[in-house]
Design a binder for this molecule. Structure first.
Ligand SMILES: Nc1ncnc2c1ncn2[C@@H]1O[C@H](COP(=O)(O)OP(=O)(O)OP(=O)(O)O)[C@@H](O)[C@H]1O
Length: 225
């Protein structure tokens, strides 16, 4: 699905990530952890082609990113749903309009997709909030709307950046259950999180690999997690 081979990423401030190799196999579930500023968001951006590595190779669905045009990357991106850390909603658009934005951008007829959209909003428990504006949503509702938007195009891979940041335990559990359900449907999942309790709960329910970014490198976290 997504492969990184000896990837490094540097910016003006120096090298942030180094010697990163990872293969996301179909149907796998990964957690990504590490201290604040370690490079988790940057790592995810490398995984969906939003950033190009300074060196090393990134392959999206068996194609080397170096050989991909912006249009190729945009097409691959339809197979990768991203839950952004800050949700990135358009505040003047309703929940429904925000969730269906990827369909609009991809040129789909959103009217023809209304029943799918309704089902999706029901699935994340936001059917009653369909007409609300993002600033009117609670933290948990925002995260669930962000998840709905990430899966609206039926992606093969879902990358979630701190999807349970700023929400309470009960709501985190609800979000986790949605991610586990997606994984049971065959989706490949990677979740960046600081929340070790979330990882522990998930590990009772799914065979998840836990990765940690430490000193610029990607490591497999210990069994203590
Ligand atoms: N292109 C860039 N230009 C300037 N700074 C950058 C660039 N890319 C990454 N950084 C810096 O690298 C660090 C790592 O950022 P990143 O958001 O990937 O970390 P993170 O592990 O996701 O952090 P957090 O857990 O706090 O969200 C940050 O200090 C960020 O400002």
């Amino acid at each position: 699905m997504i492969e990184l081979d000896n990837v490094a990423y540097s910016y003006g401030g120096g090298e942030l990530l180094s010697e990163i190799s990872l293969k996301l196999s179909p149907g796998s579930f990964h957690f990504l952890t590490g201290p604040s500023g370690a490079g988790k968001t940057t790592f995810l951006k490398l995984c969906y082609g939003a950033l190009r590595p300074t060196s090393g190779q990134v392959r999206l669905f068996n194609t080397d990113l170096r050989n991909m045009t912006r249009d190729d990357i945009a097409l691959s991106r339809r197979r990768i749903g991203v839950v952004h850390q800050d949700c990135q909603f358009l505040d003047h658009l309703s929940v429904t309009e925000n969730v269906s934005l990827p369909l609009t951008v991809a040129g789909h007829d959103t009217l023809a997709e209304q029943s799918n959209l309704r089902e999706l909003l029901k699935w994340v428990g936001l059917f009653d909030r369909a007409d609300a504006l993002p600033p009117e949503l609670s933290g948990g509702e925002r995260q669930r709307a962000a998840l709905a938007r990430a899966v609206i195009m039926s992606p093969d891979v879902i990358l979630a950046d701190e999807p349970t940041g700023n929400i309470d335990w009960e709501m985190s559990q609800r979000l986790l259950q949605l991610l586990l359900e997606l994984n049971r449907m065959g989706k490949t999942i990677m979740v960046a999180t600081h929340d070790l309790n979330l990882i522990r709960t998930a590990k009772n329910q799914v065979q998840a690999r836990v990765l940690r970014i430490s000193n610029r490198r990607l490591q497999l976290a210990g069994a203590d997690l």
